[in-house]
Design a protein around this ligand. Structure first.
Ligand SMILES: NC(=O)c1ccc[n+]([C@@H]2O[C@H](COP(=O)([O-])OP(=O)(O)OC[C@H]3O[C@@H](n4cnc5c(N)ncnc54)[C@H](OP(=O)(O)O)[C@@H]3O)[C@@H](O)[C@H]2O)c1
Length: 273
């Protein structure tokens, strides 16, 4: 974390059309029913990947799958139930996927939550940390052998630039409702995404063709920013409203295909070394 190099990518404005064909690739995207996750699922499907769209709301997830099928003409997209607020649900989701006996080339840990209201997950972990990091941590660990067996493969952990506004994770006060202000809780969970990514690479992927990346998607107009309790970010979004979803999302998908161990920030690549 102390060594971060910022460079500009060669191609700053590429389009979905430049994403290569993904025939034969299997992808999982968490939080695929809405926002960034939905567009990621849609474009992976359009490029012929076999996509598993994971979400906690069955009705919305299945509706998203049907919309993607009709928008892309590709039927190879499926819904799997995953509630990251429950480690039991994470285990069940991984088991359901593994029972299909498919390879796994792309895992995009995208789902995320931020809220002003303090709450705990089913397992007694502060919500942002539990959903944004611990749930994804467990999902990734349960799928790790499958991913390694399917290499070349990639993991993308969707983080946020806000992780740079905290200096560490305050584990002692994580579950104290009064100790941390809401944005700090979110930022610490996003720092956990980055540290988790680095540790995946260091512990498991040295010399392997498996690449873990953490990603800041930019400021994107999604449900996360539309909620009333996220008004600062909403204001920021309006200020940065030239950044459109359709321009930003290709970076995620291109990252899956092209890069190795990088964080990408609105067309600026931050190489984590
Ligand atoms: N939008 C931005 O400007 C921005 C900036 C930096 C980073 N990010 C990151 O980008 C990622 C995607 O966010 P977004 O902007 O696309 O927000 P979004 O539209 O609110 O989407 C978040 C997704 O996460 C899902 N989710 C939330 N809690 C969940 C749980 N307990 N179990 C399973 N799924 C859950 C949501 O499902 P429901 O629809 O059921 O709630 C939704 O599908 C997040 O990790 C976020 O931190 C976004």
């Amino acid at each position: 974390m102390d060594k971060i190099v910022v460079t500009h990518p060669e191609e700053k404005h590429f389009t979905f059309d430049q994403i290569p064909d993904l025939t034969g690739k299997v992808a999982i995207v968490t939080g695929g029913n809405a926002g960034i996750g939905y567009f990621t699922c849609r474009e992976l499907t359009r490029k012929n990947a076999h996509v598993f769209l994971l979400g906690r709301n069955i009705e919305q997830g299945q509706a998203a799958v049907e919309t993607i099928k009709s928008e892309t003409g590709n039927q190879n997209v499926e819904f799997l139930h995953l509630n990251l607020k429950s480690l039991k649900s994470v285990e069940e989701c991984a088991e359901t996927f593994l029972a299909r006996n498919l390879p796994l080339h792309i895992l995009i840990n995208n789902a995320g939550v931020t809220t002003n209201t303090f709450s705990l997950t089913e397992d007694g972990i502060q919500e942002e940390f539990g959903v944004n990091h611990v749930g994804h941590f467990l999902l990734t660990k349960l799928l790790l052998s499958k991913i390694k067996a399917s290499q070349p493969a990639r993991i993308v952990n969707v983080s946020a630039l806000g992780h740079r506004k905290v200096t560490g994770i305050e584990f002692e006060t994580l579950n104290d409702p009064n100790a941390q202000e809401p944005r700090q809780r979110y930022r610490q969970s996003k720092l956990a995404n980055v540290l988790f990514t680095d540790e995946l690479n260091r512990r498991y992927f040295e010399g392997e063709q498996v690449y873990a990346n953490s990603l800041h998607p930019g400021v994107v107009d999604t449900n996360m920013l539309r909620r009333d309790d996220f008004s600062i970010a909403k204001t920021l979004f309006l200020f940065l409203s030239h950044l459109k979803m359709e321009l930003l999302l290709p970076y995620i998908v291109l990252l899956v295909q092209k890069s190795k161990r990088k964080i990408i920030v609105e067309g600026i690549l931050i190489h984590s070394v």
